[in-house]
Design a protein around this ligand. Structure first.
Ligand code: PEP
Length: 255
């Protein structure tokens, strides 16, 4: 974590959890627990139907509410999808793109992730772009190559200027929701490869300014060590973002 150069971002991904009433109750519970902890951005990405309730509860606090996905077209016959303009219309400015569950269960590819990222950036939104290797790729010793390739494909055609609104979430797929966490060294190594790839694409200044989070079973017990690494600038948290005490402990580890 290098706060001198880049902002630390601790983000929760609620996935398919929390009705509007549950989202309200959760934000009301955690709001006072994270109040004044301003050394990091605090974001919760909520299911579409619970965004408005979560935003209302978060009003006046240091908590930002984001979405979990966005479509690349502005409007039209895309049943079940939500556009960047629709999200902006209800005040959402931050969105997750390319989460491994979207890639794994809903057919998202690097191409659609790239299109979604571009659409969100064109609408002036901040994107948390998720990427990372699967278990077989790590076991085959090709994690670095996979990370570099994904970054290049997912960011194709995105300008250095737009990179100000991109956060990368390095999420080894084998560590998501499994209780298996990358070691701090594994997280650091992959985040360093991602930063080197950003430097190749955009130069050192952009690479050094880009926030790179680690995600994959980050919790109150392992956050401090993961966040102590030079190239780990925050966390994207699934399971532990549903428990106010656990998420607050991760925010504390980032202070
Ligand atoms: C995630 O959903 O991005 C994630 C990292 O989940 P978990 O923390 O539960 O592994």
């Amino acid at each position: 974590m290098n706060p001198a150069k880049r902002r630390t971002v601790i983000a929760g991904n609620w996935k398919m959890n929390f009705t509007p009433a549950e989202a309200t109750a959760f934000i009301n519970e955690i709001k006072p627990m994270v109040a004044g902890k301003d050394n990091c951005d605090i974001i919760f990405c909520a299911p579409f139907v619970s965004i408005a309730a979560a935003m209302e509860a978060a009003k006046g606090s240091n908590i930002v509410i984001g979405a979990e996905n966005v479509h690349y077209e502005a409007k039209g016959a895309y049943t079940g999808e939500v556009s960047a303009e629709m999200l902006k219309a209800i005040g959402v400015n931050t969105v997750l793109v390319g989460h491994s569950e979207r890639r794994q269960y809903f057919g998202e590819t690097d191409e659609t992730v790239n299109l979604r990222t571009k659409a969100a950036l064109a609408a002036g939104m901040r994107v948390i772009l998720c990427m990372g290797e699967v278990k077989e790729q790590r076991l085959a010793g090709i994690t670095n190559e996979i990370c570099a390739m994904q970054i290049k494909l997912d960011l194709a055609g995105i300008s250095a200027e737009d990179m100000k609104n991109v956060i990368i979430a390095y999420e080894p797929v084998w560590a998501i929701g499994t209780g298996l966490t990358a070691t701090p060294e594994q997280a650091e190594d992959a985040c360093a490869v991602i930063r080197a790839t950003l430097a190749e694409l955009y130069g050192n200044e952009v690479a050094e300014a880009t926030t790179i989070q680690y995600g994959g079973s980050m919790n109150d017990g392992n956050a401090a060590e993961l966040l102590s690494k030079t190239n780990v600038d925050g966390g994207l948290i699934g399971g532990a973002s549903l428990v106010a005490k656990k998420f607050t402990a991760i925010v504390d580890a980032a202070q």
